[in-house]
Design a protein around this ligand. Structure first.
Ligand code: UDP
Length: 401
């Protein structure tokens, strides 16, 4: 378990002093987080880190998982897609699965905490089945700027019961929601196994373990196999890039247990791109391993994030922290992290040529790539490390408790 002391030298003493000071005001307060998976995706990534830090600061900050069946997660993934603006057939959203799973969880989960933090839509209805005695916070990690109207109207039934809603960006605040809405941006943990400094020997050992070829510059996207992450688009861009520059594409996407669509998308990619796979120009990795992700991000010549929707995009933050040039879509929460041509390059996700040009630019111009990489690391240090995130939560909890 990490302790706050270990962040000295990475962040300012000032921020650590503030965390100790605020946490004293919440000493022994018992807070529970509820999400739907311990593994895969940004929410699990953040909670693994934040929970340790908040406990070290002196709170009892717990985390429970809402278990669900395949049917439940298929429905909640459709909800996720519809909330991000996809035109979903509402008859395929099984409200009975959604409600029954939460109702059952409410029976065997006893909540007597001082505050409850619910993450994303999966456990959102829990509040309806509980005897609410404390503030409840709904922490929404997804892009809510253009939700499917019918679904939004339905889930509002539950959101209205909450005391505070947290979103990741100003544009996700909803004017039609009469509940206090605050912005807390996500973060990465510079000391986690995914982000900590690792030696070249260690990187080499992961290269050998996963048989990652290093004879050509690597163009990398690390993301669940999800249509919003646009892996097909990444491949289209790579096909353009490789005509001008000899390089290799690596797509790394482990499966999240609450995302049943990944396997299908993966098989689709394999069958549509056998030429790239057979020639070794593209490699797909499905293993889940933080050290391997860390190594890949450090090995990459350029990191892509060609999402067409992205609430924030921790994979971008992780690459920026490693001083990598990142080419990413100018959508959702991404421009919060990437100042165009300063901390990375922003592109139109629907313009493959523009995206390929940006990738080629950083592949060819090492000086420029280094310059934006250095600026990117300092930008993350200032804005997107877990210590700032912990402070935001402490301020919120002090306000509501
Ligand atoms: N991730 C991983 N292995 C993978 C794919 C993703 O460890 O194969 C991690 C990634 O490093 C990041 C998180 O999952 O920490 C994804 O968070 P992000 O906000 O980028 O996207 P989300 O999956 O939450 O939409």
């Amino acid at each position: 378990m990490k302790s706050l002391d270990e962040y000295r030298g990475i962040v300012s003493d000032d921020i650590l002093a503030k965390i100790y000071n605020k946490a004293t005001k919440l000493n022994n307060k018992h807070v529970v987080n509820i999400s739907s998976t311990y593994q895969g995706g940004g929410v699990a990534e953040i909670l693994h880190n934040l929970v340790c830090l908040m406990n070290d600061a002196g709170l009892d900050f717990g985390w429970r998982i809402l278990p669900g069946t395949q049917g439940f997660f298929t429905t909640t993934k459709r909800m996720h897609n519809a909330l991000q603006g996809e035109n979903v057939n509402m008859e395929l959203i099984h409200k009975d699965y959604y409600l029954e799973t939460n109702e059952k969880f409410a029976v065997f989960t006893h909540i007597s905490h001082n505050a409850v933090i619910i993450h994303d839509p999966q456990p959102l209805p829990l509040i309806k089945f509980m005897d609410k005695k404390q503030p409840w916070i709904w922490r929404c990690h997804i892009d809510l700027s253009n939700p499917n109207k019918e679904l939004w109207d339905y889930i509002k039934t539950f959101i209205l019961r909450y005391d505070v809603v947290i979103v990741s960006d100003e544009q996700y605040k909803r004017k039609d929601l009469p509940v206090e809405q605050r912005i807390i941006m996500p973060s990465i943990d510079p000391l986690s196994t995914k982000n900590m400094d690792i030696t070249d020997e260690m990187i080499k050992s992961y290269v050998e373990l996963y048989k990652i070829p290093t004879d050509k510059p690597i163009v990398l996207q690390i993301s669940r196999f999800d249509k919003w992450k646009d892996p097909e688009g990444v491949i289209e861009v790579f096909r353009r890039v490789k005509k001008e520059y000899d390089c290799r594409l690596i797509l790394c996407g482990s499966a999240a247990t609450d995302d049943p669509e990944g396997v299908e998308i993966y098989h689709h990619l394999v069958s549509n791109n056998s030429d790239l796979l057979e020639s070794g120009e593209m490699m797909l990795i499905t293993a889940e391993d933080n050290y391997m992700v860390n190594s890949l991000q450090r090995l990459a010549a350029v990191v892509l994030q060609k999402s067409t929707r992205e609430g924030f995009g921790l994979t971008i933050t992780e690459a920026l922290w490693k001083g990598k040039p990142v080419v990413a879509s100018n959508i959702g929460g991404i421009p919060n992290q990437i100042q165009n041509n300063k901390t990375g390059i922003l592109v139109n996700p629907h313009d493959f040529d523009e995206c390929a040009e940006a990738v080629l630019r950083v592949l060819k111009d090492k000086k420029f790539a280094d310059k934006i990489g250095k600026a990117a690391k300092e930008y993350v240090r200032e804005k997107f490390l877990i210590t700032r995130h912990a402070l935001d939560y402490l301020n919120l909890l002090i306000d509501i408790l």
